[in-house]
Design a protein around this ligand. Sequence first.
Ligand SMILES: N[C@@H](CCC[C@H](N)C(=O)O)C(=O)O
Length: 286
Amino acid sequence: MKFAKMHGLGNCYVYVNQWQELIPEERLELLARVVSDVHTGVGSDGLILIGPSECADFRMRIFNADGSEAKNCGNGLRCVAKYVYERRMIDRREFTIETLGGTVSVEVDADFGRKVRQVTVDMGAPRLTKAEVPMLGDPASTTIDEEVAIVSETYRLTALSMGNPHAILFVPDVNEVPIHEIGPSIEFAPIFPERVNVGFVQVRGPREIDYRVWERGSGITQACGTGACAAVAAGILNGLLERNTPITVHLLGGDLEIVWSENSHIYMKGPAEFILDGEFFPAQKT
Ligand SMILES: N[C@@H](CCC[C@H](N)C(=O)O)C(=O)O
């Protein structure tokens, strides 16, 4: 199986071009687990498929390292945009990508040699009701700084969907949080029937935050694009950050610039990097 390994701020995936490789649907979950394994596979946070779409220029599917399929991936979208533009699969700098969470528009900033420097993604409007997250409780209500009891702890959560679910907690110091303990305990809490990505935010000022993440299905990663958007939306909903202005999000792997604009859409701008092209020989059981 031919693949490319790429990363967005260290959030790395194995990318498979579905015009080159036909993988049976029933093998995708196991394949994602196998390629993600750092010891016996390629080593990644999951698997991303780039394929044809009936309603957009391309389609992206994302599988976490545990094999679960997610509906959206911000860092993945920037890498897919870089992949298709640099490999001349499209000539326009603005195009669309279908995900299970909806279709998004992307714009690449490239030099004359067609090398992509940055990608801006219109991530759409955050979805705020409990039904949309999804989260148990009154389906029409929102979760903004709500006290939620999980196992033997109580957390103040803001929860929203960027196509995929995010629970955000504001903390005094992101480096002091035991993410390995709190992350899985919230990810698997029954109140989130589809599990949840868990983000920890330290507000540095009205236009700057530190953000760390425990990703559903992949654990701690260097960065999460949808999570950075959710963190900024949560900061604005809690009156801690400014709207209609770029917010710098510092992640373990680097910085993203996020704006929640007047038209209610969130825009994410950041880099995408190519690591290598390779060929993987899955064992017979995959
Ligand atoms: N790293 C991604 C999100 C990947 C999916 C997520 N773990 C989920 O299960 O929803 C990003 O950059 O957004």
